[in-house]
Design a protein around this ligand. Structure first.
Ligand code: KG4
Ligand code: ZN
Length: 361
């Protein structure tokens, strides 16, 4: 197979990213992957502010692309195609990326591929570990939470997902409630180590409902109520804080475990070599990872977690998704549009609401 060099661009949330990949589907090397975060810009607002994000993307994209080319030691003359996230995400950011990609494609006469951000995450285990289709993917981040059976570069079946907050979003909100710093996931996990997960009775939402859908917003409200009953002079003791962190994390682990068990029960009979893969920042949580690993071995499945830098938002996954898809699709034209919503599995019912990091897909 011919080796191609692809420039990927990602700007759907609060990371401006560009990457250069060389190779072909099933065997590609990440030549460079630059991610420019915006955490500082949004720190005072309790979430990502779409207008600030869009402006920052527009300002940083040129430099980000230049750095990606520079680190890969290539120039635009070496690039064979441009891949860009065309949705789902915060529309201003997606538009910035798509405009940048169109500009380069038009100026250099290069083919342009608009990529679904979730397809980028979902196909990453093939880039990092060459996982064969079909595999089960759990996307768990600040903006996403869904189970997908990935059967091909364009073939995704969504088994279920969150109907409200994503788990990372819930970790961030709970951290704020119990006075831990942002990002809330790592801070809550660290504090939970000193806590008793059984002290507070917190709910396990939607476990009584069949299927793989999840909900995390009621859990966050339950933590708020517990916290209010514990406050003395507006403060929590260190032990109360640790016990709330541990109780919350245990509830998330229980919900994710039970729903993963159900997803595995549907998926595992489909193949002799089952694999369960995770992507997203929440996959860094050792309690969640441990529970998933145990379930995988119970079902005789291989557990795969790509390195964190490729699990969280990045542009290498966007370039790689283009490599996977280009054999079976045409490039996009200059009429490629940015889409705030773009479900991977068009046949699955739409997810409700809008999260801290943008519209749910
Ligand atoms: O994939 P990601 O970097 O970004 C987007 O969602 O766009 O995920 C970030 C999320 C944050 O909500 C963060 O709190 C959460 O992942 N996170 C964790 C941990 N590390 C990061 N959540 C739980 N435990 C962790 N150790
Ligand atoms: Zn993402």
């Amino acid at each position: 197979m011919t080796s191609l060099t692809i420039l990927g661009i990602e700007s759907s949330c609060d990371d401006t990213a560009a990457a250069v990949l060389r190779g072909h589907a099933g065997d590609a090397a990440v030549m460079s992957s630059i991610v420019m975060g915006q955490t500082d810009l949004h720190a005072n607002f309790g979430g990502v502010v779409p207008e600030i994000a869009a402006r920052a993307h527009a300002e940083k994209l040129d430099t980000c692309v230049a750095q990606a080319l520079d680190h890969a030691q290539v120039s635009l003359d070496d690039i064979d195609a441009i891949a860009v996230t065309a949705g789902p995400g915060l529309i201003g950011g997606v538009v910035s990326g798509v405009m940048c990609a169109k500009g380069i494609a038009l100026a250099r006469g290069l083919p342009l591929y608009g990529i679904n951000h979730l397809a980028g995450h979902a196909l990453t285990p093939r880039l990092t570990d060459g996982v064969p289709f079909p595999y089960l993917m759990l996307l768990v981040s600040g903006g996403h939470c869904q189970f997908l059976i990935v059967s091909g570069p364009h073939d995704f079946t969504r088994l279920g997902g969150t109907i409200d907050d994503a788990p990372g979003e819930a970790f961030d909100k709970v951290a704020r409630l119990i006075s831990l710093p942002q990002p809330g996931g790592p801070a809550t996990e660290a504090r939970a180590k000193a806590g008793d997960p059984k002290r507070f009775k917190l709910p396990r939402p939607l476990l009584d409902r069949a299927g793989c859908d999840m909900s995390f917003s009621g859990l966050k409200t339950a933590v708020l109520r517990q916290r209010d009953s514990l406050l003395v002079d507006s403060t929590l003791t260190a032990q109360d804080q640790a016990d709330l962190a541990a109780g919350f994390q245990a509830a998330v682990v229980d919900v994710l475990s039970e729903k993963t068990r159900r997803a595995l029960a549907i998926y595992a009979p489909m193949t002799n070599t089952p694999s369960i893969c995770v992507a997203g920042g929440v996959a860094a949580n050792m309690a969640i990872r441990g529970a998933l690993e145990e379930l995988a071995s119970e079902f005789g499945a291989t557990f795969i977690a790509p390195p964190l830098a490729l699990c969280t938002d990045n542009a290498a996954m966007i370039a790689y998704a283009a490599m996977e898809q280009m054999a079976t699709r045409e490039p996009d034209g200059m009429d490629l549009s940015a889409r705030p919503r773009w479900p991977l599995d068009q046949s699955a019912p739409a997810m409700l609401g809008s999260g801290k990091k943008g519209a749910k897909a």
